[in-house]
Design a protein around this ligand. Structure first.
Ligand code: NAP
Length: 303
């Protein structure tokens, strides 16, 4: 039986991985996250607190659990907060990764790490894995430095870059799709940018891609995202359509309407042919992903 340690299990991706891998009998999974308690039912899932920035805790937990695989979904993901709280962003997104690299080398396990389209400048997406990186905000710089720490560490690793992840979970940070649903349901007008293009990714597609890479024992770099490249405005219009909400509340605007703390890459998106051929990765369209989200939200309400 393979042992898997998940870091960041309280996050959007971490929760989904915990549920997905927790139901697979061939894996023994230990969930970990920064906060002391797990948002999911602790009677079913094994959980312990782990701050990835605490080098000695990382070392002692991992050398005692001895995972075959570590999946690192822990990160400081608030892009604007990373711009202003640089020391903390570097500590979590780079030094935390360095700690995992060091112990992975020691116990000879494979490190699965999540990265982002924000390693690119967004001038000429969609991007393939071999395209030149050039982050334009501090979050992107920390995530790229995390990737480089893994590559320099000479360990067995799989780096998965993804884009605008959406879905639901317990106490998850607001994501774009949920934000649009909640604002439109409240009858509030929203403004969404028409000039930032990317492929929103349903968290279940991302988790399924990671599981495929684990099952096939694939290492290296993979781009994984939803099937459709859309602007935030187009995506919000699809939300309105799928959820039967008032599309007239959505106004399309240019990015320079907003004064965001961190600059955003304008046109990212990924070419996913490597993941399609090597991982048999076939993601949902934006409409299919939103229909899935709608069912998931209904299920949460009914429970
Ligand atoms: N969401 C996106 O749109 C997106 C896009 C591209 C790439 N990614 C990447 O995908 C990965 C997962 O993202 P996500 O959306 O699931 O993020 P998320 O919901 O913000 O979850 C991140 C988790 O990291 C944990 N964490 C933060 N600092 C930690 C520390 N020092 N030690 C241990 N855990 C810590 C937090 O734990 P607690 O809740 O316990 O505090 C949080 O639950 C990240 O690497 C992110 O950079 C995400």
């Amino acid at each position: 039986m393979k042992r898997i340690l998940i870091c960041g299990s309280n996050g959007l991706l971490g929760q989904r991985l915990a549920m997905m891998l927790g139901h697979e009998t061939e894996y023994e999974v230990l969930n970990t996250s920064y906060h002391r308690s797990f948002v999911l039912d602790n009677h079913f899932f094994d959980y312990t607190q782990l701050d990835v920035t605490n080098k000695s805790d990382v070392k002692s937990l991992i050398t005692s659990f001895r995972p075959d695989i570590i999946i690192n979904g822990a990160a400081m993901t608030n892009v604007d907060a990373c711009e202003t709280q640089r020391e903390l962003a570097w500590k979590v997104n780079v030094m935390g990764v360095e700690n995992l690299v060091e112990v992975s080398r020691r116990i000879d396990c494979t490190l699965f790490h999540l990265s982002t389209d924000y390693v690119f400048d967004g001038k000429n997406g969609p991007y393939k894995e071999s395209d030149r990186v050039n982050p334009i905000n501090y979050y992107g710089k920390t995530k790229l430095a995390g990737e480089n720490a893994i590559l320099a560490g000479g360990i067995s690793s799989t780096i998965i870059r993804t884009i605008v992840v959406y879905g639901t979970g317990i106490n998850v940070k607001n994501n774009f799709a949920l934000w649009v649903v909640n604002r439109l349901r409240a009858g509030e007008a929203i403004r969404c940018v028409e000039d930032q293009i990317a492929n929103p990714t349903h968290v279940s597609d991302l988790s399924a891609g990671i599981l495929k890479a684990i099952e096939r024992e694939r290492t290296g770099l993979y781009h994984i995202c939803g099937a459709d490249a859309v602007s935030r405005y187009e995506f919000a219009m699809k939300v309105a359509e799928v959820f039967g909400l008032d599309a007239s509340l959505i106004e399309g605007v240019k990015s320079d309407t907003f004064r965001q703390t961190a600059p955003r890459p304008m046109m990212t998106g990924f070419i996913t042919s490597k993941a399609q051929s090597e991982l048999d990765f076939h993601p949902m369209t934006a409409t299919e992903g939103l229909e899935t989200l709608k069912r998931e939200l209904l299920h949460l309400t009914l429970n």
